[in-house]
Design a protein around this ligand. Structure first.
Ligand code: NG6
Ligand code: CA
Length: 495
């Protein structure tokens, strides 16, 4: 029998209403944390989370990029079922239909105060593009969040402003914001025209409007008083998150927190700059660790740690050079963000979606390692079960209830895991085998630095024996190829 930390039989508690904090780090690899074996960098706060709860070894994000991964988490639906769910621009409309019953809706209906803080990347506003000069609707509020303090897309995309409850923070109405992803607007310099103005140069893309000496994706002008300072973003996210926790200390709350770290551009606060010895990518891992520490410290100081379920994970696998000349490759010094796995962010190979996942809830979750095959798509229904939420017909169609596994008191593998790369090519992992559907899309991205996993013929890897996906055995096992191809087709046609 499995036992909990106090030697009690470990069971899923009935009617428990813990606070829930879901921390989505960005582009963090399974090899990036000392609790997952990294030896060149130390992440003491995240390690403490791991040692006080469950450390998952076989957990997967829904997709190898941010927008679809986040879409899957909040909707419980595979993003590839819908068009327009890949990497969203900074002026994208809200890509989750307001009619969709989201995880936030479910927790809200169950009596939770719900907040979204930090990286959003699911679009804001109506079809046709966001107007950042008015109160933006629809927004996170319209899909279940009572409170939101958001980076609209990514920090390498314009507009470089925070949006709080639909309003750009610090906006001067006399200096309206204009954003465009097709052509230049306004007269601010761009990375392409004025590279001499840059403090951080792009390695690919990222040569449009310069804000704070960094050229971004997309063009913007206006909103000078609202522009974020890159060095302060982690502090702002930590502050807004901990303020939300403190405001709701006396009622159950759900905090969905997206860090900017360790996404590009990697611009650490001076407290962390140069501290990792691994360049800025390492420095922002330390900054991420600090952020998690701030959340934990706040829970401790408010006496909330015992009854708060903290879930820490990443939205997709790691990128090393992701578009800026930040010396990330050169300064790795033997550090391996992807661990032993093949690929990374964008890829259908394991490191694209195999991510760190830590779950701590001292009152219930035993300490230890969780080897069960787990997918973030199941967080929705697992949490819904935990809080006794009743879901309407059609909600979270791809999410399965794996609450015992999420809480570390059960160890059943998910029946299969679907993986998705940047071009929406899918793979299915089942019973230790992984089948990649054929794709005519390109095999590499960024001058061969990223292996996407696309190939015109089916691929098959026996990941139980070959976790590094070195040997494509499709030719040796045609019957398994056929079986998994059919299984993938079945999942695709489920709705
Ligand atoms: C890519 C960007 C990359 C990153 C990514 C989204 C270029 C060359 N690359 O298109 O830097 O922004 O989009 O990352 O522009 S994600 O983690 O939010 O999905
Ligand atoms: Ca990401």
């Amino acid at each position: 029998m499995l036992t909990g930390c106090a030697g009690q039989p470990a069971t899923v508690p009935q009617g428990a209403r813990p606070n829930v904090i879901f921390i989505f780090s960005d582009d963090l690899g399974i090899g990036d944390l000392s609790c997952y074996g990294a030896s060149k960098i130390s992440t003491p706060n995240i390690d403490r989370l791991a040692s006080q709860g469950q450390r998952f070894t076989d957990a997967y994000a829904t997709s190898a990029t941010s927008t679809p991964s986040r879409f899957g988490l909040l909707t419980g639906m595979y993003p590839w079922r819908l068009p327009n769910t890949q990497i969203a621009p900074g002026n994208s409309e809200l890509i989750i239909d307001t009619a969709c019953y989201t995880l936030a809706d479910a927790l809200h209906a169950a009596g939770y105060a719900t907040g979204a803080v930090g990286k959003w990347h699911l679009g804001l506003g109506p079809a046709g593009g966001t107007d950042f000069n008015v109160e933006i609707r629809p927004r996170a509020y319209d899909i279940g969040f009572d409170y939101e303090y958001l980076i609209p897309a990514t920090v390498d995309r314009v507009p470089c402003v925070f949006v709080e409850n639909g309003r750009v923070v610090g906006l001067d109405p006399d200096d309206p914001i204009e954003v465009n992803y097709d052509h230049k607007v306004g007269d601010w310099p761009t990375g392409a025209e004025n590279p001499e103005l840059l403090k951080l140069r792009p390695s690919h893309g990222h040569d449009n409007t310069i804000v704070n000496g960094i050229s971004r994706i997309g063009w913007m002008t206006g909103g000078r008083s609202a522009l974020w300072v890159d060095e302060g973003i982690a502090d702002t996210i930590a502050l807004k998150a901990t303020q939300f926790i403190a405001r709701h200390r006396d009622e159950p709350f759900f905090l969905y927190m997206g860090t900017n770290d360790v996404h590009v551009p990697r611009v650490p606060h001076p407290r962390f700059a140069g501290k990792s010895g691994m360049g800025t990518r390492g420095d922002v891992i330390l900054q991420l660790d600090w952020t998690v520490g701030e959340v934990m410290r706040t829970l401790d100081s408010l006496g909330l740690a015992e009854n708060t379920l903290v879930i820490f994970t990443s939205d997709n696998g790691p990128a090393i050079d992701d578009g800026y000349q930040d010396e990330a490759f050169m300064r790795l010094g033997g550090h391996t963000p992807s661990g032993v796995y093949r690929g990374g962010k964008y890829s259908l190979y394991e490191a694209g979606t195999r991510v760190p996942l830590l779950v701590r809830w001292p009152a219930v979750v035993p300490r230890g390692e969780q080897p069960a095959l787990f997918s973030q798509i199941d967080v929705y229904r697992s949490l819904a079960t935990l809080v006794g939420a009743e879901l309407p017909e059609g909600a979270a169609p791809d999410s399965h209830d794996h609450l015992p596994e999420l809480l570390g008191v059960g160890h059943a593998d998910r029946e299969y895991v679907i993986q998705q790369n940047r071009q929406n090519t899918l793979a299915i992992l089942k019973d230790g085998w992984k089948y990649f559907e054929p794709s005519d899309k390109q095999s590499y991205e960024y001058r061969k630095s990223v292996e996407l996993g696309n190939a015109p013929v089916p691929q098959l890897y026996r990941v139980s024996k070959d976790p590094c996906e070195r040997r494509d055995v499709a030719a040796q096992y045609p019957e398994i190829v056929e079986k998994l191809a059919a299984e993938l087709e079945r999942v695709k046609n489920e709705r």
